[in-house]
Design a protein around this ligand. Sequence first.
Ligand SMILES: Nc1ncnc2c1ncn2[C@@H]1O[C@H](COP(=O)(O)OP(=O)(O)O)[C@@H](O)[C@H]1O
Ligand SMILES: [Mg+2]
Length: 440
Amino acid sequence: MLHDGNSLQCDNADTTFDASGAVSCEMVEVRDDDHEIGHGSAKTSGHQFSFDRIFKQSASQMNIFDSVGKPLVDTIMQGFSGAIITYGQTSSGKTWTMEGASTPTHQRGLLPRIVNHIAHTITTHESGWEFTIDISVVEIYMERIRDLLDVMNTDIRIHEEKGKGTWLGGMTKLYVQSEQEVIDILALGAKNRAVGATDMNADSSRSHLICILTITSHSAERALTRTGQLFLTDLAGCEKVDKTGASGLLLEEAKGINKSLSSLAKVVQAISKAGAASHIPYRDSKLTRVLRNALGGNAHTHIIICCSPSRFNMKETLSALRFGSRAKKIQNQPVSMSMSTTKSSDPHENDRLRKDLNALRQQVATLQKQLTDNGITCDPDPAGSILHRDADVDHQDTCSRSESVHFCYTNIKLDVISALLALIPAYGLITYLKRWICEQ
Ligand SMILES: Nc1ncnc2c1ncn2[C@@H]1O[C@H](COP(=O)(O)OP(=O)(O)O)[C@@H](O)[C@H]1O
Ligand SMILES: [Mg+2]
């Protein structure tokens, strides 16, 4: 897709790029009804690439969503993992493609449309299924992973386990139940994202942004649980450091960005040459470790190359197209994460968990009373948030079927964990007090 006459965006497709015949002021030309694109002026030898699909200037946000976002969401709902990665130099339209503008609605990008489609799929889904959605937003900045939903959490660790894959420990996961909630969370994440001014773009994002949506669906009747995860990755600009005019901190940022992007390029190069079975330098950067599953793993991955046809950006455009062309050779092996659950226990699980929760609440209250009776002040209501959330559960019981069942199920699970955590310090203190009294 070209925007305002100076950028082109291509998604993978079986289409040919032809170098010859580009108009004099532009380095990229789309011809023959989206099937041929040239890069290079008539005077140069030009280059030829193959992609799955090419969006030109006239393509709308909806066109991109229909081609990329919609089919991917349908796959994620079936328990597969997926990723969309926007790649290109600063100002080429990566964030526009991923987020777009909130108004007018036709300018909304992939993210809000994906969330909308998930909500629509859940409400129109066949009955008997419960859904949970959680969302995390992180950024990789100067080789550190920061939690954009908790700014104090500045160094998230990557965990890897054979058979379990890669995951981020300790990042905030927020359970959501409406499209608006997701949009608010994304706005918070965007606000916290590090931005810096460079000569390329006053608002250029200096970090890689990763939004992780996890959708779990459960059918008690079929004794089946599916978990699909979607990694939406808006990369920082891939331009050469000298072109940004950066110095000081911005120069350090640019080097950090280049390091992770060059690791990404190396990983893509290694897989495209030798296949994922050989040694792939995933461990060279945080970015490649986090995106491991998307690159040669079991995810459905779409890489959207955003590029400029302007002569000034010729080098970057060519390099982005080359990157995309190599990435197209990567063969992922998507696997659905579906798990059978025991049929008999499931229909009553909510009731059982609710009873457990109430019993734990009573124990917490008893322990609190014992502490107070012994003259020890304590948090008046460590289970307060739990009580609050219980009210939400009751509220959800009155909501429409598909959403209410889904969120009751999750909240209760969370509550039990929270109550147990609240209990541990109180219980330890009581035990200590009892021993101390006996010893006196
Ligand atoms: N297809 C498009 N239509 C309209 N405006 C666009 C389009 N693509 C990018 N822009 C605008 O161009 C500018 C740079 O785009 P942006 O997505 O922020 O670039 P990047 O994230 O690649 O640095 C922004 O002001 C954005 O709104
Ligand atoms: Mg951006």
